[in-house]
Design a protein around this ligand. Structure first.
Ligand code: SF4
Ligand code: SF4
Length: 189
């Protein structure tokens, strides 16, 4: 049976009316900032002090967009008669965010907790070369990394925190002034 003349128009108007009465889901960015979850994959921060230049992140990155340069330095023996050691010193650490696909593999594979996700995403550039963030910029992103979620009340203290606390206590004890001798009390000989 042929459709009634004008039924298509009526259907279209019905859809329009239905949609008009629904709440809009479009956010007017940038006037309205999106409410993102704290673990959003926005940008990667580098905590340089933890990086041992093991190169694992650069090797595992599927896009080959992590650039690391380093050199070796000789560390003198800790005790007389001991052996000298060599260690890697970071010269360059950069991530090209124009190639990065935000897979998170570099963060997952880093054995020393040197890379972190930050939810910051407002770093668009007009020149693609500016999307290569060098180590200083990657370090700046660390300030925007949210604190880790709180542990369960009965959870065991993480071993890194326990070790850091013990070291801090040892340092504090070593720096504390020696205890003053107590005055002899009346009646004491
Ligand atoms: S998130 Fe993925 S693509 Fe981006 S730098 Fe890390 S490993 Fe490479
Ligand atoms: S995997 Fe971690 S420690 Fe190794 S080079 Fe990358 S950031 Fe540094």
């Amino acid at each position: 049976m042929a459709p009634l003349p004008g039924s298509g128009l009526a259907k279209g108007l019905a859809v329009t009316l239905r949609t008009m009465t629904r709440k809009s889901v479009t956010a007017q960015y940038p006037d309205t900032q999106p409410d993102l979850p704290p673990r959003t994959r926005g940008v990667i921060g580098l905590f340089e002090e933890n990086c041992t230049v093991c190169m694992l992140c650069a090797r595992e990155c599927p896009d080959w967009c992590i650039y690391i340069d380093s050199h070796k330095e000789t560390v003198p023996a800790a005790a007389p008669g001991g052996r000298e050691r060599s260690r890697n010193v970071l010269d360059r650490f950069a991530i090209d965010f124009s190639l990065c696909m935000y897979c998170g593999i570099c963060i997952e594979v880093c054995p020393f907790d040197a890379l972190f996700w930050s939810p910051e995403f407002e770093y668009a550039e007009t020149d693609i070369r500016d999307l290569t963030h060098e180590r200083d910029k990657l370090r700046e992103w660390m300030w925007t990394v949210p604190a880790p979620p709180a542990l369960d009340p009965g959870a065991e203290e993480p071993k890194e925190i326990a070790a850091a606390r013990k070291t801090a206590e040892k340092l504090a004890a070593a720096q504390a002034p020696p205890a003053e001798p107590t005055e002899p009390q009346e009646g004491e000989s």
